[in-house]
Design a protein around this ligand. Structure first.
Ligand code: NAD
Length: 476
């Protein structure tokens, strides 16, 4: 740490912990791959042995149903740990790359080394998964980590703290709980990498803080992820898949379908299928089946989402299904919206709740143009049986990830990079891509003793050297 950084962090309560992790990270740099795998196995074992505690914590935080916890918090973590354990020996292997002719005699490789001490800041919406996935990647890459869970899901935050205290010494992995001020104190430290998952607004604050120390960042952000249902789509299949992807976790998913463009020819039929699918998946005796439906995380988010709904009505939109909300239980019904004004808040802000606006379209080019006017989305969903339309949309619409005739499941394939573009994120995570985010790719050129091609070009620069250099500059 230099003098300026020291002065800046003098009063920071986390300096000592940070320094301890810094020392440990130097030790880990020389550590073995077997040691990293042992840590990953410990995480995997803990998760499978304490699944009931995870289910309980998430129920206490926002009444998340057991099956959703198993599918979206437990399974992805176990699968990510398993994937890293079985692939790590390949990921760490130095990779030979071609050597150009002017460097004849030498060889070139890329070595990966740990970045050092990492900060992982997680959101509340998948509070277990979104803390553990980056931690697995950080450990696989050989780092130490300080973890800052969201204060909005206190039961899961406490569980994470207990888990890490049980599995690791604090100079390797430590959870720090706290609110925005705590987060800002941590962000002032000169970490070697910061992995942030949360909103684009806070992502900018994180990146600004990181810039002060020239710390590298991975920003997993959010935004409005569009859906296109074209005139060739299988509408029942599309409706079923969209309803699950949208209303799981009560719509509080970064890659949740945010709004849907539906072709004129299938609009009414698709809307009817959506209503049937919502009733089939989330209703019992004509009421929302509370056991299978999570709640809005807290009262302030409840007010934010119901505020979006009020604004829809005030700006001339229409609620075509659902729309009721109960503040005492933070419950908002799965809701379909039509004719929302383009300028309404629901069409401008990330919804992050169980409201789904449907927008009619007649030409695909209109849709591509409309999405192109917005910040680049984290996810894009296409429901179509037309090869031409699918190809055109994938080619012309920028997005972090795409699902064709599916929703949200691209997140679960650890061989695919996960992340956004610009406003929806910077950098990629999951599997090898997450491992790389927490690693420095070190370029290594090895030369033989007594040999170097550049010797021909050492000064003094004669006419022959000058001619030879012109040839090399032009042709090699
Ligand atoms: P958030 O940005 O409000 O908070 C995320 C974390 O940042 C929390 O730990 C919080 O304590 C901390 N934080 C909040 N304000 C801060 C500040 N001013 N300075 C420093 N730290 C601060 O996000 P959220 O409400 O917890 O989560 C919802 C957002 O996260 C949505 O936009 C969603 O799309 C996004 N998200 C993205 C992904 C992804 O993988 N790309 C996954 C889940 C959620």
């Amino acid at each position: 740490m230099n003098t300026a950084q020291r002065t800046q962090t003098e009063t920071n309560p986390f300096v000592e912990l940070f320094e301890a992790q810094k020392r440990k990270s130097v030790e880990l740099r020389a550590g073995s791959i077997a040691d990293r795998k042992t840590k990953l196995k410990k995480i995997k074992r803990w998760v499978t042995a304490h699944t009931d505690k995870i289910i309980e914590a998430l129920y206490n935080d926002f009444k998340k149903p057991e099956v959703e916890v198993l599918l979206s918090e437990v399974q992805p973590v176990v699968a990510a740990a398993r994937h890293a354990i079985s692939n790590l020996h390949r990921w760490v292997r130095p990779k030979r790359v071609p050597t150009p002719l002017p460097l004849f005699g030498s060889s070139s490789s890329i070595y990966v080394e740990p970045k050092g001490v990492c900060l992982i800041i997680a959101p509340w919406n998948y509070p277990f998964n979104l803390m553990l996935l980056p931690l697995i990647e950080a450990i696989a890459a050989g780092n130490t980590a300080i973890l800052k869970p969201s204060e909005m899901t206190p039961h899961t935050a406490q569980l994470l703290e207990d888990m890490m205290d049980e599995l690791f010494l604090e100079d390797e992995v430590k959870v720090i709980q706290g609110e925005v001020h705590t987060s800002q104190q941590l962000l002032a430290l000169p970490f070697d990498h910061i992995f942030f998952t949360g909103s684009p607004a806070v992502g900018k604050i994180v990146m600004e803080a990181a810039a002060k120390n020239l710390t590298s960042v991975t920003l997993e952000l959010g935004g409005k992820s569009p859906v296109i249902v074209d005139e060739t789509a299988h509408i029942k299949d599309a409706a079923e898949k969209l309803v699950w992807g949208k209303f799981m976790n009560c719509g509080q998913t970064c890659i949740a379908p945010d709004y849907v463009f539906v072709h004129n020819n299938v609009f009414e039929a698709f809307q009817e299928e959506l209503k049937k699918a919502i009733q089939r998946e989330y209703y019992k005796d004509e009421q929302v089946n509370k056991e299978d439906y999570a709640r809005i995380v807290n009262n302030s988010h409840f007010k934010r989402v119901t505020g979006l709904l009020e604004d829809v009505i005030e700006t001339g939109g229409n609620i075509s299904f659902g729309g009721t909300a109960s503040a005492s239980d933070n419950l908002i019904e799965p809701t379909l919206i039509t004719q929302a004004a383009e300028s309404s808040r629901i069409m401008q802000e990330e919804i992050f709740g169980p409201l789904l606006p449907l927008v009619k379209y007649s030409r695909l080019s209109e849709v591509i143009e409309a999405i192109g006017k917005r910040p680049k989305p984290l996810a894009l969903y296409i429901f179509s049986r037309s090869a031409k339309n699918k190809k055109q949309i994938i080619k012309q619409v920028p997005a972090g990830g795409v699902c064709v005739n599916e929703s949200v499941l691209h997140f679960t394939n650890h061989d695919l990079p996960f992340g956004g573009v610009n406003n929806s994120g910077i950098g990629k995570s999951h599997g090898y891509y997450g491992f790389l985010a927490f690693s420095n790719e070190k370029a290594v050129l090895k030369q033989r003793v007594g040999l170097t091609s550049i010797k021909f070009f050492y000064p003094p620069y004669s006419n022959i050297i000058s001619k030879l250099t012109r040839f090399v500059a032009k042709y090699l």
